[in-house]
Design a protein around this ligand. Structure first.
Ligand SMILES: [Zn+2]
Length: 443
């Protein structure tokens, strides 16, 4: 966005799914990185912040502004992403050498690039308080209820007396979840730019899904097996800890349930959650005020070191293991799947979205065996797929939010094209725009 001589970028994400590290991410941005004065970051998910190190590498020297929780989470997310980029380039380089190819693949960016990027994080935005970004540009971050620190951004622009207000939704949360507040609706604006991730479908209700989770864990423990839950490190892992604690306290799960959070990133993210009670839903904030930790239960073990993670392979029953990645496309969960998928008495619980082509998708779609670390592993464990835990607003919530903002002009972004078209049909009393990549609009 350009206003009063300043260029403001909202988010700078990585393309994800399938070819996460592909050419799309290395392609030119479509704008000059050095010409950007400010980046307003809505939240710390990789598809919103994942190319900031590339932005810095290509000449960005401005200021990145986000909420306090987003700044902390983005640090963990960017360093982890950079390490994965380096590992991936190293693996591809080894293969290239074996094939006798001289030019070695380079990482999209390095840990050093990520560290440099952290130096550009500047002012911290508090929810609901307007920040004068630059003369003529005021921004207010509003709670988007999606992950810790997530925000929609309300902008008041003034260019030589010509005024315009714009709101960017960021990713909007699914209301009624226990940890975070429901999304806040910005005041009426001239222009709304909104996400459409789940613009074509409705979510299952949450409470029956929590019951299904307890049932699946209880069944598996009764059979004497382990429970493996592939999970995302941000938000989903903390939500699961919250439900597991509630389940044990309410007697829905056995008192001595042994839970292993086997993900250094999820452990760091949980610590960051503990430092930001200002982001909590009133109910969770109350727990916290009473001195109770919403994310702790008596049988919880945090396994940061890989030796501790490997030790879990020897446990043949009675453990609930939460590990990443959420789609089982990488990370420690693949080891736990290798050691548990073939056991009839174990259970694997899928609680998140699984993109096509990922290991989670293969298993959910009924593969009788899968390849893991050079071995063919038969799928004999009991499988559970629970769909009610989305961190995203569904179609009904997106439509209601859009209607309450009441913008005469709505730009749809951040969703699949077909989903966007479906969603556009639901909107009333607004001119809907579906911009093409690189298209510019005069407001
Ligand atoms: Zn997100």
């Amino acid at each position: 966005m350009e206003c009063a001589g300043k260029s403001v970028l909202i988010d700078c994400g990585l393309y994800q799914g399938g070819r996460e590290l592909g050419e799309e991410n290395a392609a030119p941005f479509g704008f000059d990185a050095a010409a950007i004065d400010y980046v307003l970051l809505t939240h710390a998910h990789l598809d919103h912040c994942g190319r900031l190190p590339l932005l810095a590498r290509r000449g960005f020297r401005g200021e990145i502004i986000a909420t306090a929780a987003t700044c902390e989470l983005a640090r963990v997310v960017l360093l982890d992403a950079a390490r994965l980029q380096e590992d991936d380039a190293e693996n591809r380089a080894r293969k290239a050498v074996r094939r006798g190819k001289p030019d070695l693949p380079q990482p999209l960016y390095t840990v050093l690039d990520a560290l440099n990027t952290l130096g550009y994080f500047g002012r911290v935005a508090a929810y609901g308080q307007a920040l004068q970004i630059a003369p003529g540009v005021r921004a207010t971050f509003l709670d988007a209820g999606h992950i810790l620190g997530s925000a929609s951004i309300h902008l008041q622009l003034d260019e030589r007396g010509h005024r315009c207000s714009v709101a960017f939704s960021g990713d909007l949360g699914n209301s009624g979840r226990p940890l975070l507040r429901d999304p806040v609706v910005p005041p009426k604006v001239d222009v709304l730019v909104m996400e459409t991730t789940y613009g074509d479908r409705l979510h299952k209700p949450l409470q029956p899904s929590v019951e299904e989770l307890y049932q699946a864990i209880d069944d598996t423990l009764r059979r004497g097996g382990n429970v493996v839950i592939p999970t995302f490190a941000l938000e989903r892992a903390q939500e699961l800890l919250y439900y597991l604690r509630e389940g044990v306290e309410a007697g829905r799960l056995p008192k001595g349930t042994q839970v292993f959070l086997d993900s250094p990133m999820a452990i760091s993210a949980t610590e960051i959650f503990r430092r930001h009670p200002e982001c909590y839903d009133p109910e969770t904030a109350e727990l916290f005020r009473e001195g109770r930790d919403p994310f702790n239960l008596p049988g919880l073990h945090l396994t940061r070191e890989s030796s501790d993670s490997i030790a879990l392979n020897r446990i043949t029953g009675g453990a609930v293991i939460l590990a990443g990645s959420g789609m089982a496309s990488g990370g420690r969960v693949r080891h736990h799947l290798k050691h548990n998928l073939w056991r009839q008495n174990s259970g694997v619980i899928f609680v998140g979205f699984a993109a096509r082509g990922t290991l989670a998708r293969q298993i959910i779609d009924g593969a009788t065996s899968v390849h893991l670390f050079g071995e063919e592993i038969p799928v004999r464990a009991r499988l559970y797929t629970i769909n009610g835990f989305s961190a995203h607003a569904d179609q009904a919530e997106l439509v209601a939010w859009q209607r309450r903002v009441g913008a005469p002009r709505t730009f749809l972004v951040h969703g699949e094209e077909e989903v966007m078209r479906q969603f556009a049909l639901r909107l009333q009393d607004t001119v809907v725009e579906m911009p093409a990549f690189g298209q510019a609009f005069e407001l």
